[in-house]
Each structure stands twice: as C-alpha cells, then as structure tokens.
Design a protein around this ligand. Structure first.
Ligand code: NAP
Length: 173
C-alpha cells in the first residue's frame, strides 16, 4: 500500500490559524486537493478536519467527492458518520479498510494530529506539499509535535499558480 500525504501550508509550515481558519490559503490549493482525490478516489482525514470542513462555505465540501471512499479517523467507537464516510479507529485500520476495498494507494489529507499519527507509525511513503506565499506567525503546524523523523528525497517541484509551489517528496525508509 502506497501512502501519500497532501497538505497546503504557509511557507513556515502552518496549515490553519489557531481558530481553524484556512483563509490564507488560495482556492488553487483546494483544486490541487480535488485533483488528487479524483486520481486516488479515496482520502483519510482526522476527525477534527472532518468537522472543520463541514462548517466551511459552499464549494469546499468533502461530500462533493461522491465516488471517493472517505475515511474519518477517530478513537471514538461511537462517532456517528453520514453515508459515504467510514470510521477508522486508528491509521492502520484506515489503511486496512481501503485495502479491503481494493485500493493500493491512499491519500492522507490531514490535519496536524492525523499527519503525526501516520508519521509516528512510519506509514507515510510520499509527501506532497503546496506552499502558499505567506508566513503566518502562529497556528496549527503541518505535524503535531511528536517523536519521529522522516528522511525525504525531493522528486519534483512545480509552480501551481503565481502564489503556490508544489513540492513532491518520497520518504526514504
Ligand atoms: N491546510 C491543509 O491542507 C489542511 C489539511 C487538513 C486539515 N487542516 C486543518 O487542520 C485542522 C485540524 O487539525 P488537527 O490536528 O486539529 O486535527 P486532525 O488531525 O484533523 O484530527 C485529530 C483527530 O483525529 C483522530 N486521530 C488522530 N490520530 C489518531 C490515532 N492514532 N488514533 C485514533 N484517532 C486518531 C482523533 O480523533 P478523536 O479525538 O475523535 O479520537 C484526533 O483528535 C483544521 O483546522 C483543518 O482546517 C488543514
């Protein structure tokens, strides 16, 4: 199973403001995410990201990815999800669910806590970062602080728009 982590962030690695807003990220980041979901036909998000995106404006809705298999990771066995979403109790279970549905590659879509859980379990094979042209002094970082280290090999750099550079890395294991 190949596991790809995608995130859009400020130049200094902030993925959302302290209050969860992502207003400093341009719309092209959502388009990048949509392209990846359409290619992978699946994604995995943490429970807090799932709840944050539910409150976003029209045009930014996980429900719009109708055909994609959507996994929400939460430690709460009783967490209720609408149709189209599957609950996984930890990262390994999330991968097992998608493997059982025939996938051999999966997309991790954050946030910070989930990214760290996957990193700590050494489950990430590839990292794609959209770097927005902004520096945000405080907020939620790409990875929640935890005891892990990933060594990377840079495989590609693309200019996505006038404000976004996309960095594509392989994790060397
Ligand atoms: N810029 C971007 O590309 C991007 C992408 C994604 C998210 N975000 C932003 O990031 C913020 C959310 O990030 P976050 O770090 O606060 O939360 P998060 O990573 O979305 O969700 C954390 C939750 O996921 C579950 N979880 C994580 N690891 C787990 C494990 N090993 N086992 C079981 N459950 C686990 C837990 O849910 P329970 O508490 O229910 O157990 C945990 O509280 C939002 O503001 C969102 O907008 C930005």
């Amino acid at each position: 199973m190949k596991v790809t982590l995608f995130t859009a962030m400020s130049l200094n690695g902030i993925i959302a403001r302290k209050n969860g807003d992502e207003d400093f990220l341009s719309n092209d980041n959502w388009n990048s995410f949509s392209d990846l979901v359409n290619s992978f036909q699946n994604f995995i998000v943490g429970r807090k990201t799932f709840e944050a995106v539910k409150n976003w404006n029209e045009g930014y809705d996980f429900d719009d990815f109708k055909a994609a298999k959507k996994i929400v990771v939460s430690g709460d066995h009783n967490y209720k999800l609408d149709g189209g979403y599957f609950l996984a109790l930890n990262p390994k279970k999330a991968l097992e669910i998608l493997k059982g549905k025939g996938f051999n590659r999966v997309l991790i879509a954050g946030g910070s806590g989930l990214n760290s859980s996957f990193a700590k379990a050494n489950l990430i094979d590839e990292v794609i970062l959209n770097v927005e042209s902004v520096i945000i002094g405080e907020g939620i970082p790409l990875f929640l602080s935890n005891d892990f280290e990933l060594n990377l090999k840079l495989v590609d750099v693309k200019k996505i728009s006038n404000s976004i550079v996309q960095l594509h890395y392989k994790v060397t294991k």
